[in-house]
Ligand binder design. Structure first.
Ligand SMILES: [Cu+2]
Length: 444
């Protein structure tokens, strides 16, 4: 990590002369680096206006230094290795050691100076998605600035004119650079700490990859047939849970830089979408939801009162997006007699195995997979296999969490008598009007 004392020393030396306009190369701040894939504790500001910081699922916030009245950040675009979940690592491009890059946090009205150093093998830029900034700071290579060549450092300077949730990504060989994981989130806190305050504030960005089983590199030309559906370039069971204290007001900020929409669903509660990348939604325009669709190239933020303790599934509602790499060519064999099929297949392929005739629940069955490949559905809960992958995690609402404690509290201790249960002996067949006959004739 970095040394904050070194930062302040540098800031004191250059602070007086660099407030206006162009900075000198000597004053480029140190670039912080992250080598962990688990959620880092919230980064409380030690200078500038106060705010309640966010936490990033499987991520972190970028430290900054004050230089006069400018807040200075340093992003380094570079190749990284990202673990999607235990057992699978992917060669991506990202920022400061990880993909996605760190969350950038600031306060409405802040003047920010964001240094971008390019350590990629090709040129890049950074576009600040959703932010109201001067055109020359918009980061569209060729249109608003020259591309940042490998080895070069550019600086973006602008004022954070409005609070809200935004994204950053290249506008330079975009198809490749975004398919390689170059993206991150920007959170601008309201200057008035009393504006819609919450107790816990989570942020993540959704992205998708096509990583063929047994390989380590995404197919950057893929347009539709992705097989890794990620939140902050992690898949279940690798995605951090959202630990929440019972009664907390919770905000979840979700960006979508994938190639399709994701209907995001939280169990056990209703929430209101309170903010998009366009700004805050007036209270009079909010309504209760349990699922919100996050379109491509957009941000949706919801606020929820965590008043229902338990382990609550939180996931994309496209069921293929809660799977890891799978064989799309597998036929639906539900209802096909396994015995007849096995006989027929046996003649053609003596080692063949017919499966799927009663569904695809796999229980504890394990199948061999190529190296660096996750099971299609996986994960285990206190009652057995969860059989999920991709965009799935759990909001864990507990009575006994401390205020800033984001550690995984483990499985929920269900109060006695509150879990769905098997009846013994089994209930009798429900009564019908005429046993064995349909109640009315169907026209075929
Ligand atoms: Cu989805």
């Amino acid at each position: 990590m970095f040394s904050r004392r070194g930062f302040l020393g540098t800031a004191a030396l250059v602070g007086a002369s660099a407030v206006q306009g162009r900075v000198q190369a000597a004053s480029i701040p140190e670039a912080a680096h992250m080598d962990k894939v688990v959620m880092q504790p919230p980064l409380h500001p030690n200078s500038g206006p106060d705010y309640r910081p966010v936490v990033t699922l499987n991520g972190w916030s970028l430290p900054f230094r004050m230089n006069g009245d400018w807040k200075e950040f340093h992003l380094v675009a570079e190749p990284v290795v990202r673990e999607f979940a235990e057992g699978m690592k992917v060669n991506l491009w990202g920022y400061n050691g990880q993909s996605p890059g760190p969350t950038i946090e600031a306060v409405e009205g802040d003047k920010v100076r964001i240094f971008v150093t390019n350590r990629l093998p090709e040129y890049t830029t950074v576009h600040w998605h959703g932010m109201i900034i001067p055109s020359g700071m918009d980061g569209v290579g060729g249109l608003t600035q020259p591309h940042i060549q490998p080895g070069k450092t550019f600086v973006y300077e602008f004022e954070m004119r409005k609070s809200g949730t935004f994204m950053y990504h290249p506008h330079s060989d975009e198809m490749v650079q975004m398919a390689m994981g170059m993206m991150g989130m920007v959170v601008v806190h309201p200057r008035d700490p009393g504006f819609r305050p919450v107790d816990r504030d989570f942020v993540f960005v959704m992205s998708t990859y096509r990583v063929d089983p047994g390989t380590y590199l995404p197919q950057v030309n893929e347009m539709t047939d992705f097989n890794m559906w990620t939140w902050n370039a992690r898949v279940f069971p690798g995605i951090d849970p959202l630990p929440v204290r019972l009664g907390d007001r919770v905000r979840v900020r979700i960006g979508n830089l994938s190639m399709t929409n994701h209907p995001i669903h939280l169990h056990g509660h209703s929430f209101a979408v309170t903010c998009t990348d366009g700004g805050w939604i007036p209270e009079s325009a909010q309504y209760p939801e349990t699922t919100t669709d996050v379109p491509v190239g957009a941000v949706r933020v919801f606020d929820v009162l965590a008043d229902n303790p338990g382990d609550w599934a939180f996931h994309c509602h496209k069921s293929h997006h809660t799977m890891n790499a799978m064989g799309h060519a597998v036929r639906n064999l539900i209802g096909v007699s396994r015995k007849d099929l096995a006989k027929a297949v046996g003649k053609l392929a003596p080692d063949g195995m017919a499966m799927g005739s009663t569904g695809m629940a796999m229980g504890n069955m394990e199948m061999p997979a190529p190296d660096n490949t996750l099971p299609m559905m996986t994960g285990t809960g206190q009652f057995g296999p969860i059989e999920m992958g991709g965009m799935f995690t759990v909001m864990k609402i507990r009575e006994d969490l401390a205020r800033d404690d984001y550690r995984d509290p483990g499985p929920y201790q269900f109060p006695k008598g509150t879990v769905a249960y098997e009846v013994t002996p089994p209930a009798a067949e429900p009564a019908r009007q005429q046993p064995g006959k349909p109640t009315h004739k169907m026209k075929m």
